[in-house]
Design a protein around this ligand. Structure first.
Ligand SMILES: *Cc1c(COP(=O)(O)O)cnc(C)c1O
Length: 333
């Protein structure tokens, strides 16, 4: 590709929300402990906005679009311990927009973890009960318009063509870091759910010439839409590529997703997650979250133990954040 990221970004509005670049670190003690490949970690848990996480990168583009549309309110949806909702509430507060969150289920008794933070950040919270979150967002937007507001809907996980630009940029940032430090990375492993992270990373890899593996560990069966997850990712990836002005088309062959670590399903903490959290915490002093990164990290450890990576290879775990949810899941850890 002959188009540079600087050229691309000149034409796309962005608000500054994240502390970038996030560090790349080596997990030396863990590599020794597992007698495995060299392991690096990209600290997107340190993006800095109200405890950080991957959604902050997407929100730089989504919030800019909301402001460009003249919105005074953002509406988004997620689970009761959603990291995306917490970061959206923080981003909205930062630029002076109202924030309405549509959270799944019924209001729990304990206001803890991300839910506590949503409240502190001033978000207005609606509970869906048994209804589908997406449908409620439209309804709430309509009610908000009738009251004279101009709401902007951010999709689940911030994963549309605008939001995923954040991860195109992240991949380029990462490739600059590793090339400066002379580190070649053979595989990147991370938690994949609504797809914006994976779609953006893959487009960024094509733009930046990364030829290693990009392995999304699915945390929720990949129910992004009606199609198989890889096809949904190809659709989203193509949309992102076109959004930034390239003519790239992606196919399902561009996406590697591992569905073997779903355990009891989305948000159900099992032995895999519990062990992964304690292992990284006790060997490196780094905290994973119970829903996304613990599952992906646990999957990566399993792959290392099964010899999926050669001892002379370098594997990078892309930490996508979420540690505030540890408090929401305290009793299950
Ligand atoms: C949302 C989220 C993910 C998944 O990212 P997607 O872009 O939705 O696939 C991974 N990890 C954490 C901590 C998240 O909050």
């Amino acid at each position: 590709m002959s188009i540079s990221l600087t050229e691309i970004l000149e034409h796309i509005s962005r608000v500054h929300l994240a502390q970038l670049p996030t560090p790349v670190q080596e997990l030396k003690r863990l590599s020794v402990d597992l007698a495995g490949p060299r392991i690096l970690i990209k600290r997107d848990d340190q993006t800095g906005l109200a405890f950080g996480g991957n959604k902050t990168r997407k929100l730089e583009f989504l919030i800019a679009d909301a402001l460009a549309c003249g919105a005074d309110t953002v509406i988004t949806a997620g689970a009761s311990q959603s990291n995306h909702c917490r970061q959206t509430a923080a981003a909205a507060a930062h630029v002076g927009l109202r924030c309405i969150l549509v959270l799944g289920g019924i209001e729990p008794q304990a206001q803890t973890g991300n839910l506590l933070l949503d409240n502190l950040l001033g978000a207005e919270i609606h509970w869906t009960g048994r209804e589908r979150r997406g449908e409620r967002m439209e309804e709430i937007a309509e009610a908000s318009r009738r009251k004279g507001h101009n709401p902007y809907i951010i999709p689940y996980g911030g994963s549309n063509a605008k939001g995923a630009i954040g991860y195109v940029v992240a991949m380029i940032e990462f490739l600059e870091q590793v090339s400066r430090e002379g580190r070649a990375v053979d595989s990147i492993v991370f938690a994949s759910s609504s797809g914006g992270t994976q779609a953006g990373l893959v487009v960024g890899a094509k733009l930046g010439g990364y030829e290693g593996k990009i392995i999304g560990v699915s945390v929720d069966k990949g129910e992004r839409g009606d199609l198989p997850y890889e096809l949904e990712l190809a659709k989203l990836g193509t949309e992102v590529a076109h959004e930034i002005g390239t003519s790239m088309d992606l196919t399902e062959a561009d996406f590697t997703v591992d569905f073997r670590y779903l355990g009891g399903g989305y948000g159900v903490v099992g032995a895999l997650e519990r062990k992964a959290i304690r292992l990284l915490a006790t060997t490196e002093g780094i905290l994973l979250d119970p829903v996304y990164t613990a599952r992906a990290f646990g999957g990566m450890i399993d792959m290392i133990k099964k010899g999926v990576f050669e001892p002379d290879e370098t594997v990078l775990f892309w930490h996508t954040g979420g540690a505030p949810a540890l408090f929401g899941y305290a009793r299950e850890l």
